[in-house]
Design a protein around this ligand. Structure first.
Ligand SMILES: Cc1ncc(COP(=O)(O)O)c(C=O)c1O
Length: 380
């Protein structure tokens, strides 16, 4: 029987516990497991780097929510990304990454992978011709996409990218952190691997760092599972439990994030202190039509350019009160930040440098009128 998203979020991988009937999967805070006899572990669990029931519950739930075969969770989003890189790429291989990728993703490819002989080309991921031109058939192993992108809210055509990738025997890897599986399921559009920083919307409460991968195929999932254990960057049982607790409300939270963001994007687009609003829900956003096709709604992230330039952007961030000045995103509370000096500082001086007048909002689920009042005073 197939179930709806909210049902899966609450039940997938989360059967009542066999021994006690505990409705919520317990935190199996153990590093090791007693075995029946040499070579005969009970229920297959031997050691918590290799397997832990709390982590398994989260992994199974995320695989169901993304409509994939295998779910794997990690200590952080970047640990999950690193597992992809090291499983798929060998020295001499090449990857295409968005020219406005998340700063940490850029750093992983540009500063770490490059040293191991994996080269990379930044491309405008919303432009299929630009991505096609960046491909090196035979050498390119991954097209890496974010949609919406962080922090410019660019929209990539997932089905188009999947065709481009598969035509050259490369994988389409989609960082679905900004949308969450509630708003977008990249595997349904042809992606091979979905990546999450579960630190963000999936966890949803800014109280735990984590990452996840979900694969379209079982074979690739099992290869990644081998590396998850071999490299060992797993999340602990309590972190898995916190993340799973957050997942249960993902659908209702996302709807409120979207409600609030839609109102704020409209307000900002009429404000004289704002030069440009980047939000895929606005009809004049260049990716609006594609976003409307592949997303349920347009998400809780908004970026905008301050009319008064860099110092004005910094002032707005400093003046905000209810919007907390902080990195990260996707939690119930609203956050504001200056990407050029904060989250994306590692891309300074590169092709991925972000505009200095940009302000990024992670719109939370507070009362929308209060958020609008805070922005009104911060914009000055
Ligand atoms: C889009 C995106 N992908 C990946 C990451 C990395 O995740 P983590 O910070 O959990 O390592 C982030 C973090 O901000 C992000 O915004």
């Amino acid at each position: 029987m197939s179930h709806g998203f909210e049902t899966l979020a609450i039940h997938a991988g989360q059967e009542p516990e066999a021994r006690t009937g505990a409705v919520v999967p317990p935190i199996f805070q153990t590093s090791t497991y007693a075995q029946n006899a040499v070579g005969d572990p009970r229920l297959g669990y031997e050691y918590s780097r290799s397997g832990n029931p709390t982590r398994d519950a989260l992994q199974e739930c995320l695989a169901a929510l993304e409509g994939g075969q295998v779910g794997l969770t990690f200590a952080s989003g970047l640990a999950a990304e690193d597992a992809v890189l090291r499983t798929v790429c060998r020295p001499g291989d090449h990857v295409v990454i968005p020219d406005d990728a998340y700063g940490g993703t850029y750093r992983l490819f540009a500063r770490v992978a490059q040293r191991w002989g994996v080269s990379w080309t930044p491309a405008r991921i919303s432009d299929l011709d630009a991505v096609r031109a960046a491909l090196r058939p035979g050498q390119t192993k991954i097209i890496w996409a974010e949609t919406p992108t962080n922090p410019l809210l660019g929209i990539a055509d997932l089905a188009g990218l999947a065709t481009l990738a598969h035509d050259v025997d490369a994988l389409l890897v989609v960082d679905n952190t900004f949308a969450s599986p509630y708003l977008q399921q990249p595997i349904a559009h042809g992606a091979d691997i979905v990546v999450h920083s579960t630190t963000k919307y999936v966890g949803g409460h800014s109280d735990v760092v984590g990452g996840a991968l979900v694969t379209a195929s079982t074979a690739l999932g099992e290869e990644l599972r081998y590396h998850q254990n071999a490299m060992g960057a797993v999340n602990g049982p309590f972190d898995a439990w916190l993340t799973l607790r957050g997942v249960k409300t993902l659908g209702v939270r996302m709807d409120r994030h979207c409600d609030n963001a839609e109102r704020i994007a409209e307000y900002l687009s009429k404000h004289p202190a704002v030069a440009q609003v980047l939000y895929p829900g606005l009809p004049d956003h260049p990716g609006h039509e594609i976003a409307a096709k592949q997303m349920r709604r347009f998400g809780g992230m908004i970026s905008f350019r301050a009319a008064g330039g860099e110092e004005h952007a910094v002032q707005i961030c400093n003046r905000a009160k209810l919007f907390v000045l902080a990195e990260s995103l996707g939690g119930v509370e609203s956050l504001i930040e200056h990407p050029a000096r904060m989250t994306h500082a590692s891309a300074a001086g590169s092709a991925l440098e972000v505009p200095a007048d940009l302000v990024r909002l992670s719109v939370g689920i507070e009362t929308a009128d209060d958020l609008l009042a805070d922005l009104e005073q911060a914009l000055g």
